[in-house]
Design a protein around this ligand. Sequence first.
Ligand SMILES: NC(=O)c1ccc[n+]([C@@H]2O[C@H](COP(=O)([O-])OP(=O)(O)OC[C@H]3O[C@@H](n4cnc5c(N)ncnc54)[C@H](O)[C@@H]3O)[C@@H](O)[C@H]2O)c1
Length: 468
Amino acid sequence: MKKLIYSLCLFTLMFSIALPSNAAKKAKKVMPIETKVPVRPAGQKDVLGLTTPKMDVVRVGFIGLGMRGPGAVSRFTHLKGVEIKALCDLHPERVENCQKILQKAGLPEATGYSGSEDAWKKMCERPDIDLIYIATDWKNHAKMMIYAMEHGKHVACEVPAAMTLDEIWAVVNTAEKTQKHCMQLENCVYDFFELTTLNMAQKGVFGDILYAEGSYIHNLEEFWGEYNADWRLKYNKEHRGDIYATHGMGPACQLLDIHRGDKMNYLVAMDSEPVSIPNYIKNVRKEDSTGFKNGQHTMTMIRTEKGKTIHIQHDVASPRPYSRMYQCTGTKGFANKYPVEGYALQGSQVDASITPNHENLNAHSYVSDEIKDALMKKYKHPIHVELEETAKKVGGHGGMDFIMDYRLIYCLQNGLPLDMDVYDLAEWCCLAPLTSISLENNSAPVAVPDFTRGNWNKVKGFRHAFAK
Ligand SMILES: NC(=O)c1ccc[n+]([C@@H]2O[C@H](COP(=O)([O-])OP(=O)(O)OC[C@H]3O[C@@H](n4cnc5c(N)ncnc54)[C@H](O)[C@@H]3O)[C@@H](O)[C@H]2O)c1
């Protein structure tokens, strides 16, 4: 009898596993949540590969001279064919400090704009400025870029350049309407390991790249008090989601040729309960932290049209070592930056000039430091070949900031498409609003809009432009 009961139970169990329940049978395929894609206004065309007439001299105006801005002014004093025409900040003493940078470099004084929330508009209205360079808090970026483009200027804006979908679409539409360059100042795509790895990827060293990672993991506790009018902590308090995704997104999207042969289709996000920053607000600032929104750690996964995946993380709260993760996984090799910087490659991917016993190599472990150095030398990106020495001298996050500014000016001077266009800006910034939608819907998938509105496959592969 016992045996019979046991057999019956086993049969019922197996049957219930083998056959889906009615509920499961009825369950519909979950479709990503869609957001509105505005129709491209009549007569407007995309700005893919946009070029504008060559400029011998690029005349620049800076808005936002807090912690980040003065470094940019200083780097620009090292660029040839540039005139720093104007400097703007809410605080007149910050403008004065930057005038001193010009003075020290033996350059003429720039016109200062200060003292009102809207002083920057006067600067954008001037006819003798070609480029507006913005390094203010996040809420000002989109409106400043739009106003500047509407007044005939190219714009370059610090990260993240836009925070909401309305802002992103307005920036894309203005760039298309005015046919002006609109570049987000994402410096991490120029870092030495990233750009070398991109060059290796583009030469096929990693085979077909199927997965990329990136992040912004940086405990900001010692910085919270430094931002003008506390804008950054306030933004974290009021917004859930990955609100600072571009340092991870930029290098990952370049590896995967996003909107140059592939596109992101949808994402899902998950975050952990915010604890450290609310504790800091309560215990250090002695303020109320109720309703603090930004997760302690936010993870996002993205799947592309060609079936590739991207994993992005954001954590400005936990006591962790700085990391941008940066990982590239292909069918024939692997690159990783944090915490161990290295490559793992199948033997077939390393030629005899780099290692005589390359046939013994396999991708189970990182290549030796010697092979890594030889690879980095062999695949040094032409941009680094030209600029590494000067960039390291001028500085800015070890040199990558100078390379970014140099490339922006070089491309404008030579009438070339910029390294990063307005669709990169849109794609790398859209994580803020889209992850928020996913998180508020139990990590539901959310569709990533095609910001090129149909033209994501027009350009084949991401490449930097060079003058002939
Ligand atoms: N790429 C990077 O590695 C990197 C590093 C740090 C900061 N950033 C970005 O740079 C930007 C600025 O950050 P920060 O740390 O310098 O902040 P900050 O608060 O130190 O500086 C912002 C400055 O903008 C000025 N400002 C604000 N509103 C203005 C207005 N209406 N008119 C004129 N000036 C105005 C403020 O007075 C302040 O001086 C942010 O977008 C930040 O995310 C990027």
